[in-house]
Design a protein around this ligand. Structure first.
Ligand SMILES: Cc1cc2nc3c(=O)[nH]c(=O)nc-3n(C[C@H](O)[C@H](O)[C@H](O)COP(=O)(O)OP(=O)(O)OC[C@H]3O[C@@H](n4cnc5c(N)ncnc54)[C@H](O)[C@@H]3O)c2cc1C
Length: 338
């Protein structure tokens, strides 16, 4: 579409560190930008964040739109939305990517709505190519393929935004690997922050940190808790297993719905995406909704007492056994070793 060019990534950071999920998306953005023959840029908002510019350049940003201002210290929906919308309107990127974190899920749809463009949430992959619109008899170039699980994860759908720009997508953390460094031009463009009274309708009272966020998504070993754990005692046993292995605990949705573990432990379509070296699924049936969150695990070990459990089709190693018999034995061995 005329006048729109470039792939942008909205940068998330916490305590002065860029989130891994932002770096993951930057790797994919770099790939898309090079296929399209355009620049990859990042948008960095915050207070005292200019030191992050060098990292963004190291990971391939050709441009960094930097708004560093006291007024942007805490994330607030309205001022961030207005600033970013105006930045996009004046610079016209063709693609804008966000992490599907709580911040990205709040900011991206608001920006998309103000720009009257489309948004695809929770993508599990992205690519670019052309789109044949058979109804209108048109062939459109430079289209972002926004790939998402649909119909309960049974189908993978490719969504396109053919007639509006920019094309906006949110991507689940852990979807792509953190890329190797490949420096971009790193040109810094300072963004003027002119907030208005109407931007300040909400006050941030407290910021509560989601302790699990980075722990689970970055863990090399994840122990998955399913309904087979039967309740808090089973969870306690599996928590011990995760600790002994130096890993993190994750769960299926019924487990978090039942309150055996907080919601941020949920893995799957409605929860987190993990990419550990080892995923040990304990008492988990293997529903598609759950499995989309572990599809990037290198090795899956499944413990289930039902020999016909669907998870065995996806697992690399299967243990057909009652987990209350096998896990204590495993712990005993690991304890003896350690
Ligand atoms: C729109 C939508 C979104 C959803 N999103 C998610 C999501 O993001 N994440 C998610 O996880 N789910 C999600 N779900 C739910 C999902 O479809 C499944 O219902 C859920 O994953 C099943 O959890 P489970 O495997 O723990 O339980 P179950 O399916 O009940 O399986 C329990 C398993 O434990 C085994 N078992 C029982 N006792 C033992 C024992 N003592 N030892 C060993 N094995 C034992 C059983 O054989 C069984 O296979 C979603 C559902 C919907 C409709």
């Amino acid at each position: 579409m005329n006048g729109y060019s470039g792939v942008w990534v909205y940068v998330e950071h916490r305590n002065g560190v860029i989130s891994n999920s932002t770096l993951e998306i930057m790797g994919k953005a770099r790939e898309l930008a090079s296929k399209l023959g355009v620049e990859m840029a990042t948008v960095l908002f915050g207070n005292d964040v200019s030191h992050l510019v060098s990292t963004l350049a190291e990971y391939g940003a050709d441009r960094i739109y930097l708004a560093d201002d006291e007024a942007l210290k805490e994330y607030k929906t309205l001022p961030y939305t207005r600033l970013l919308t105006e930045l996009i309107e004046s610079n016209k990127p063709e693609i804008v990517l966000f992490t599907a974190s709580s911040l990205g899920r709040d900011l991206a749809p608001r920006v998309a709505a103000r720009l009257r463009t489309g948004l695809t949430a929770n993508c599990i992959d992205l690519d670019v190519g052309c789109f044949e619109d058979n109804e209108k008899g048109k062939r459109l170039e430079r289209i972002l393929y926004q790939i998402v699980p649909a119909f309960g994860g049974n189908v993978v759908a490719t969504i396109v935004t053919p007639y509006h720009r920019p094309q906006i997508a949110t991507i689940r953390p852990g979807t792509f690997p953190v890329p190797t460094k490949a420096p971009g031009r790193g040109e810094v463009i300072h963004v003027k922050v002119n907030l208005r009274r109407e931007d300040d309708k909400a006050e941030v009272l407290e910021v509560k940190r989601d302790l699990q966020e980075s722990e689970l998504e970055n863990a090399k070993i994840v122990v998955g808790v399913g309904v087979g754990a039967r309740g808090p005692d089973g969870v306690k046993m599996l928590k011990r297993l995760a600790e002994v292995l130096g890993g993190a605990l994750g769960a299926t949705r019924p487990v978090t719905d039942a309150g055996w573990l907080p919601q941020e432990y949920m893995i799957g379509e409605s929860g987190k995406t993990v990419r550990p070296d080892l995923y040990i699924a304990c008492g988990i049936s293997g529903a598609m909704h759950h499995m989309v969150g572990v599809r990037n695990a290198k090795v899956i070990v499944a413990i289930n007492k039902d020999p016909k459990a669907p998870i065995f089709e996806a697992a690399d190693y299967i243990i057909v056994e009652d987990m209350f018999k096998i896990v204590p034995k495993l712990l005993e061995k690991l304890d003896r070793k350690g």
